[in-house]
Design a binder for this molecule. Structure first.
Ligand code: HEM
Length: 367
């Protein structure tokens, strides 16, 4: 079974890369799709006071964005061990186009804080929509850049030379479009599954039937479009890469993909019909999203390994495996997880709900 069928050191780093990459993909999906929903709801004239989705995303997007960024560091480390030369060659060739993700990320991050406060929501519609549109465009641009960089890194010496000679700062092969289509639509069902949990907690106090139906619609459309884009992508892939994805070593992952899709469709049909976020469909949607994301991450890696000479990369992986430090890494992993969990627990336990905060503000004597 891929990636365990690879030589020991390669399998070890691939497994760590994939496990940590999935941890990046989940909050990333929440951020991209959440920003899109915030934009759509703002365009429809919704405000946080009367729209649970707008309220949820404006409160939580800044925090989950920092989770997505932090969770990107671990796969980045394993990526550098696995594909050092390929990754950095693509970085250097794309140069300022690649580095642009940093200022763009800063702009998106700070605009999220503007959205979190009350000031922006008292401005005219055009200002609110512009802010939401810039936020979504920033994150879509960053995801796009990761895709471009990824594809260039697997393109090989002939393309790198041609890219360098032409002095081009972008790389737009035909397979980029279905690839972007997959993640740009696939993020919606993942986001929707995550959001059901916090929203369901407020269901006792508010009628969330319109919100539940809206979430089901976002998730179902995202699922259908991402499945169509996967078909499109398989159609444009070169035969070796297509075989790598559809071959026997990926059977378990192919099964996980199908089960994941079925669970999610079942969950969203149940939610749509009930107009409520019941626990069973929430679990089904979450498990289905996890299965599908994991399967897609592994399939994505099978495409990359089919394009690269993995035998030539093995000595690097072996050398890295000799360096040691695994237990130090494992210790800090546990400490960091505990520290993050502790922070989240403290905030969740002692933070006052926004409504309570606002009510207190009103009661305070005015000067
Ligand atoms: C809002 C910000 C971000 C978004 C929307 C985003 C989105 C994405 C997407 C869509 C991919 C997959 C691209 C593909 O396979 O076609 C990806 C890959 C990746 N991202 Fe992020 N990302 C963000 C921030 C970050 C940050 C800040 C880091 C590092 C600290 C990071 C680390 C990674 C890594 C290591 C990969 C795998 C690259 C590869 O295997 O070639 N991401 N990201």
């Amino acid at each position: 079974m891929f990636p365990l069928d690879q030589p020991g050191p390669t399998a070890f780093y691939l497994t760590l890369y994939l496990a940590t990459f999935v941890l990046h993909l989940l909050p990333m999906a929440y951020v991209v799709a959440g920003a899109a929903v915030l934009l759509v709801r703002t365009l429809a004239g919704a405000r946080p006071v009367d729209d649970p989705l707008a309220e949820h995303f404006r409160q939580w997007l800044p925090f989950i964005l920092s989770v997505a960024i932090t969770a990107g560091v671990a796969p980045l480390l394993f990526l550098q061990i696995l594909y050092h030369r390929e990754f950095y060659t693509a970085n250097v060739l794309l140069f300022s186009r690649w580095m642009a993700i940093l200022p763009v990320l800063v702009v998106g991050f700070y605009l999220l804080y503007l959205m979190k406060g009350d000031w922006l929501w008292q401005r005219p519609l055009v200002v609110r929509v512009t802010a939401a549109a810039v936020i979504f465009a920033s994150f879509a641009f960053i995801g796009w850049s990761w895709s471009e960089n990824h594809l260039l890194s697997t393109a090989g010496q002939a393309v790198w030379t041609e890219q360098y000679v032409a002095g081009r700062l972008n790389y737009l092969p035909g397979e980029l479009w279905p690839r972007i289509g997959i993640w740009l639509s696939g993020v919606f069902p993942v986001m929707a599954a995550i959001v059901t949990w916090p929203l369901a907690r407020g269901e006792d106090n508010a009628d969330l039937s319109a919100t539940a139906s809206r979430l089901a619609m976002f998730a179902a459309i995202g699922l259908v479009v991402s499945l169509a884009c996967i078909g499109w992508y398989l159609g444009v892939l070169e035969p070796a890469a297509r075989t790598a994805v559809l071959d026997a070593p990926l059977r378990v992952w192919q099964a996980a993909f199908v089960v994941g899709a079925v669970l999610q469709f079942a969950a969203w049909i149940l939610i749509w019909r009930a107009g409520r976020l019941e626990p069973l469909p929430r679990w089904l949607a979450t498990a289905g999203a996890l299965f599908m994301v994991a399967a897609l991450a592994v399939g994505r890696e099978a495409i990359r390994t089919s394009r690269l000479d993995m035998t030539a990369l093995l000595p690097r992986h072996q050398a890295a495996a000799q360096v040691g430090g695994f237990w130090l890494f494992a210790t800090f992993l546990v400490i960091n997880f505990a520290a993050i969990a502790g922070c989240v627990y403290l905030v969740a336990r002692y933070a006052r709900p926004v409504e309570a905060e606002r009510a207190m503000d009103k009661r305070r004597p005015q000067r």
